[in-house]
Design a protein around this ligand. Sequence first.
Ligand SMILES: CC(C)(COP(=O)(O)OP(=O)(O)OC[C@H]1O[C@@H](n2cnc3c(N)ncnc32)[C@H](O)[C@@H]1OP(=O)(O)O)[C@@H](O)C(=O)NCCC(=O)NCCS
Length: 159
Amino acid sequence: MTELVLPSDTNILGNLMGGRLMYWMDIAAALAAMKHCNAPVVTASVDNISFENPIKIGNTVHIEAKVSRAFNTSMEVHLKVWGEDFQQQYKYKSNEAYYTFVALDPNRKPRTVPQLVPETQDENRLFEGALRRRQVRLILGGKMNPNDAVELKALFFKE
Ligand SMILES: CC(C)(COP(=O)(O)OP(=O)(O)OC[C@H]1O[C@@H](n2cnc3c(N)ncnc32)[C@H](O)[C@@H]1OP(=O)(O)O)[C@@H](O)C(=O)NCCC(=O)NCCS
């Protein structure tokens, strides 16, 4: 997704507002998830986002969203965001983030999604890490007992 930062998108310093960027990121990520499962999706959670560089008024925002792993009814989407100044001809990183979506059936209940097969080295790295990131979010959301997070625990404790 590509957007031009207009005055109505900015704060009083002339930088893109974080909330507007997260709105665009939500849409880009939802489109990637819907394309993967061919069904309506809802945002289940958003991992922490750190804004590394402000995006200036008149600059362009690029958002790349890819499904990094599909679970049972949910999908993790990885986003990369960068700004571009066409006049000065340079690009700069804004942030990276992970959004989780759940696919819904016609009764608005979670429905299973097709599995994702990673191909490249980068895709494999994101795929492997997705299991641990899912465990962190489910623990924080009160939906998983930390004792059941086997892959996450393995990072900290050696048997
Ligand atoms: C997300 C939602 C569909 C989950 O429904 P639920 O009845 O709790 O269903 P379950 O507990 O069976 O979980 C369904 C899936 O959601 C995932 N999920 C639930 N809470 C989650 C969280 N906090 N973070 C990540 N994934 C989560 C589960 O892991 C499960 O995925 P899986 O099947 O791949 O393992 C439901 O909470 C909801 O509709 N939330 C509102 C969504 C919304 O309106 N978003 C827009 C913002 S207002």
